[in-house]
Write a protein that binds this ligand. Sequence first.
Ligand SMILES: NC(=O)C1=CN([C@@H]2O[C@H](COP(=O)(O)OP(=O)(O)OC[C@H]3O[C@@H](n4cnc5c(N)ncnc54)[C@H](OP(=O)(O)O)[C@@H]3O)[C@@H](O)[C@H]2O)C=CC1
Ligand SMILES: C[C@H](O)[C@@H]1OC(=O)[C@H](O)[C@@H]1O
Length: 256
Amino acid sequence: MLLADKSVIITGASRGIGRAAAIECARQGANVVIGYSGSPSSRAAVDELIQEIEALGRRAVAVGAPAEDPDTGQLLVDAAVEQFGGVDVFVNNAGICPFHSFLDMPRQTYLDTVNTNLNGAFFAVQAAANQMKRQGRGGAIIAVSSISALVGGGMQTHYTPTKAGLLSLMQSCAVALGPYGIRCNALLPGTIETDINKEDLADQKKRDYMAGRTPLGRLGRPEDLAGPLVFLASDMAQYVTGASLLVDGGMYVNLQ
Ligand SMILES: NC(=O)C1=CN([C@@H]2O[C@H](COP(=O)(O)OP(=O)(O)OC[C@H]3O[C@@H](n4cnc5c(N)ncnc54)[C@H](OP(=O)(O)O)[C@@H]3O)[C@@H](O)[C@H]2O)C=CC1
Ligand SMILES: C[C@H](O)[C@@H]1OC(=O)[C@H](O)[C@@H]1O
C-alpha cells in the first residue's frame, strides 16, 4: 500500500486517465475526491466510480465543478478537508483537446482550452498548496501534462502551450513549495485511448500512424498511467520534485 490513508484529489476523474488513477490510488489505500465538470451526463460514471472505490474498502466523494473556474480548486480542497481531514496529494488532470486547425481557430476554442487546461490549474494548485502548507506535513502535486509539452501538433496549437505551461508550472512550484516539503511533478502521457481523442483516432490511418510511431507497438491505455502517477504521489518518490515523467511507450524518442 503506497498511499495508505492518504487523501487524494484528482480532477477530471470521471473518465479516462483520471478514473484509472483514482482506482489505483484507492487500491493503494487512499481516499479520493473525484473532480469532474458537473455535467449531468457524467454523473452515472461518477457514481459507478464511487462504488468501485468503496468496493476496494476506501472512501470517495465527488465534486462537480468547472476546472476553468478559479474557485473550483478551493471547493475540491474543502471537500477533502471535510471528508478526509486534509489533502496529501493533488492531481491536476482535467483537460480538453478540441482538435482544430490554427489559421481559423475560433477565439472561444482557444480561450476555453487555455482556461480549462492551464488557468484553472494554476488556481487549483495554489489552493491545494496552501492547504498542504497549513497542514505542515508536506504533500505531492502532480500535473497531467503531455508529450505535447515537448512536441508540436498542427491541430493542437491551442492545446500544446497549455501542456508546456503545466510542465513549467510544476517546475516553478517545485522551487516555491520545496521549503514546505511539497513535491511538484509533471506526468507526460503519450497517446492514450480515451474519449478525448476518440474522434481523432476513428481515422484508421491516423490511428495506425500513431501506433506505428510507438516502439512498444500499441497506443496507451489509461491504466498505463496509473502506476507512474502513484509512484510520483508516494514516498517512493520522496526526493523527486520538479521532474517530468514521460509515459508514452517510447513515442517521443522514435525519430528513425
Ligand atoms: N488521452 C491522451 O492521449 C492524453 C491525455 N492527456 C491529458 O490527460 C488529461 C485527461 O485526459 P483523458 O483522460 O484522455 O480525457 P477524457 O476526455 O477521457 O477525460 C477528461 C476528464 O476531464 C474532465 N473535464 C473535462 N472538461 C472539464 C471541465 N471544464 N471542468 C472539469 N472537468 C473537466 C472530464 O469530466 P466530465 O466527465 O465531467 O466531462 C473528464 O473527467 C487531460 O489533461 C489531457 O490533456 C495528456 C496526454 C495524452
Ligand atoms: C488528445 C491527443 O490524442 C493526445 O493528447 C495529447 O496530449 C497528445 O497529443 C495525445 O496525442
